[in-house]
Design a protein around this ligand. Structure first.
Ligand code: HEM
Length: 158
């Protein structure tokens, strides 16, 4: 079994993570939510290909009514820029209008700005996923063996 560690590309001092979720309250909102899900997938592929700052986008599904995406951005500024333009600015408008009129779904965004020094990872027997899909990968040996060492916290009180 391979044991791989991944670190962020050298140019990234602060990783910007965003978790976006949609929760369907009434079944009639399912087609809207499904359309948004497809639009997110398409726009993520475009944002990665165009170098907008998106590094990786991974959909998740909690249950049939609750799904979303976890995205890794190279900076908060690139995420903010992307969010103020179409297609997102259109989704934003449409979502607020639908909520006002029908209130049949919920949406949430959680943003995390993580300093480079606060990121560590390990992948056992995995295909490229998360940071290992866009970062630098290496073997988990020496000072890369434990999460404490990878975080540079050896010798600190635990
Ligand atoms: C890839 C998926 C998405 C990303 C990365 C994303 C990102 C963002 C960001 C960064 C903001 C904050 C903008 C600011 O305050 O300057 C925002 C706001 C917002 N987004 Fe998204 N978004 C995504 C998907 C969606 C979808 C699918 C919808 C609608 C169905 C949506 C609706 C909204 C709304 C309504 C706001 C304003 C919230 C408020 O402050 O009241 N977003 N989004």
């Amino acid at each position: 079994m391979d044991r791989v560690v991944a670190t962020l590309p050298g140019s990234i001092e602060e990783l910007c993570l965003i978790r976006l979720g949609l929760i369907v309250h009434k079944l009639r909102a399912l087609p809207f939510a499904a359309r948004m899900g497809r639009a997110i997938g398409t726009s993520a592929a475009e944002a990665i290909a165009s170098g907008a700052g998106l590094l990786r986008s991974e959909p998740f599904r909690v249950d049939g009514r609750h799904f979303g995406v976890l995205q890794y951005w190279a900076s908060y500024e690139s995420l903010e820029r992307w969010s103020h333009r179409p297609p997102h600015s259109d989704w934003w408008r449409e979502a607020l209008e639908r909520m006002r009129k029908r209130g049949d779904f919920g949406i949430y965004h959680e943003t995390f700005l993580v300093p480079r020094s606060g990121v560590e990872s390990i992948y056992l027997g995995c295909p490229p996923v998360g940071i290992s899909a866009f970062g630098r990968t290496g073997e988990s040996v020496g000072t890369m063996t434990t999460s404490r060492d990878r975080l540079g916290r050896r010798g600190e009180r635990g």
